[in-house]
Design a protein around this ligand. Sequence first.
Ligand code: SF4
Ligand code: SF4
Length: 250
Amino acid sequence: MADESVSKDHGRKRKSALAEMFAPVAGFGVSFSTMFRKVATEEYPEKPRPTQPRFHGRHQLNRHADGLEKCVGCELCAWACPADAILVEGADNDDTPLEQGGKGRFSPGERYGRVYQINYLRCIFCGLCIEACPTRALTMTNFYELADNDRGKLIFTKDQLLAPLHEGMLPPPFPMADGMEERDYYQGKVTGPTAAQRDHVAARDERVVVDESPLAHDEPGNIAASVPGEHDVVHTTAPTAAQTREGANP
Ligand code: SF4
Ligand code: SF4
């Protein structure tokens, strides 16, 4: 019995000595096994990782096929926002002829969004605003690079949020497509600008050049809020290609 006990004790000591001898090498086991795994390092910002198609990124204000804005200034998005991040000021569209000083029409609705701002210092990207929008004017893109050293630059204004004019679109204001009503726009019956709309825009631009009509200065994308000092940060930068890149979710 005594011999058996001594032998077991000897075996335990030998195992312990071996474990102690290989302990430093075992510590490298994780390193060695990781060396042969696929590298997961993200090369950001050189190679931004693609997002999921329905990623909640920066917002975009969409347009109809002829260039008119989908936003009708109803403010439902602002009311739905739990973070109070959206400021909208609507205004009436003006169908008065150019010759009589009409300012023109920005959307097919009765009203349009004269001022539109989103404060990305407040936004939590919940998407409730885009759910609330009755016209699909407001959607979210896949753009997420929104950090900045200047807080003022994180209040995006209408000119930054508006989708760019795609080929063939005309810059508002101009009348609705001939013979079309507001509902026709939402039913997809308007597929591009008509000749009458093109003529109107050409005449409007000519007027702006000749007599420097207020159209050239008063409504440049309807940028700033009407209350000075409150949400009055004005940006003139157009959205970059990255901000409206493919994958946007209109
Ligand atoms: S995503 Fe959410 S927090 Fe951001 S503006 Fe829309 S409703 Fe407000
Ligand atoms: S974005 Fe949509 S919900 Fe917001 S004001 Fe415009 S139409 Fe209304």
